[in-house]
Design a binder for this molecule. Structure first.
Ligand code: SAM
Length: 288
């Protein structure tokens, strides 16, 4: 049976909840500063934990909503901020909390978090595959995931994650954070990334759906030429694919990984106009 921690003693970190607490004060401050929250802003913090970022955020943001799943940590945060009407604690799984519950105006929301790495993809796409998207997102993620989000076309780590994020937002690395900045020390290196969704959005919701299908089909079989994937997944003929390539000025003999997120959007748009049905091989599921 688990023993309750003594009052004042920090609870034991739970691996199952991805609890690696950020203990480096310098890194704590730099992450918060990357969000640039002001008294005019509403901020949501995902996984506030023991409050490493929270205390800095509470000093800056006009409103702060903390979403924490851990019973003991949520209780402590509720207690600590009980006297501050600008801070609200939601004791729930962030994946089950719609942004409409966090803010009356999700388009104005800024989101920050040193998040549990095992749910990075659902968190990210939960924020990006919706309308309206939050105004700005600053997240600590596994360095390898940041590398994939920021990879250039042609790079071997370039794929569905890069296209999915960068077709709807600008993304940049704020900094890398070494393992020793956390307790307990994790097995992986980390990076802080800043994601700013395009405002207004550049892609319609229908074209975004088409893009998701295309991306899954494309990177599910990344060693194939794009023309082959389009024939197999969309049932297009050789002539139709050639016409599509000509129309868009794209050499579809190349592999998917050589095309930028913008070119993926162009192709998804053209495919939607051309094909009534989505490809057979592209179920709706989160990008890994
Ligand atoms: N922000 C703190 C820090 O920087 O030290 C804690 C970061 S720790 C990596 C991740 C936090 O997310 C933990 O507090 C954990 O309890 C919380 N958490 C884990 N799964 C969660 C979920 N599904 N919803 C909300 N919070 C979650």
């Amino acid at each position: 049976m688990a023993h309750a921690p003594r009052p004042g003693q920090p609870p034991r970190a739970k691996r199952s909840l991805g609890q690696n607490f950020l203990i480096d004060p310098n890194a704590q401050l730099r992450i918060v500063e990357a969000l640039n929250a002001t008294a005019a802003d509403e901020v949501m913090e995902i996984g506030p934990g023991q409050g490493a970022l929270t205390r800095h955020l509470a000093e800056r943001a006009g409103r702060l909503v903390l979403v924490e799943l851990d019973d003991e940590l949520a209780r402590r945060l509720t207690e600590e901020f009980a006297g501050n009407p600008a801070v609200r604690v939601i004791h729930r799984d962030v994946l089950q909390v719609p942004l409409e519950e966090v803010s009356a105006d999700p388009a104005r929301l800024k989101v920050i978090g040193n998040i549990p790495y095992n749910i990075t993809t659902p968190i990210l796409f939960g924020l990006l595959e919706r309308r309206p998207r939050p105004r700005e997102i600053v997240l600590m993620v596994q360095k390898e995931v940041a590398d994939r989000i920021l990879a250039d076309p042609g790079n071997k780590t370039y794929g569905a994650l890069a296209v999915g994020v960068r077709s709807v937002a600008d993304a940049e690395r704020v900094m890398n954070v070494g393992r020793k900045s956390f307790r307990p020390v994790p097995d992986v290196e980390s990076s802080v990334i800043r994601i700013v969704p395009h405002d207004p959005p550049r892609v319609t919701p229908e074209d975004e759906r088409s893009l998701r299908h295309l991306t899954r089909a494309a990177f599910g079989q990344r060693r194939k030429q794009f023309q082959r994937i389009l024939r197999d997944a969309y049932g297009l003929s050789v002539d139709q694919v050639a016409a599509l390539g000509g129309e868009l000025g794209m050499n579809l003999q190349d592999r998917p990984e050589s095309f930028s997120p913008e070119r993926f959007v162009d192709l998804a748009r053209a495919l939607r106009a051309r094909t009534a049905k989505p490809p057979d091989s592209a179920p709706e599921e989160p990008v890994e």
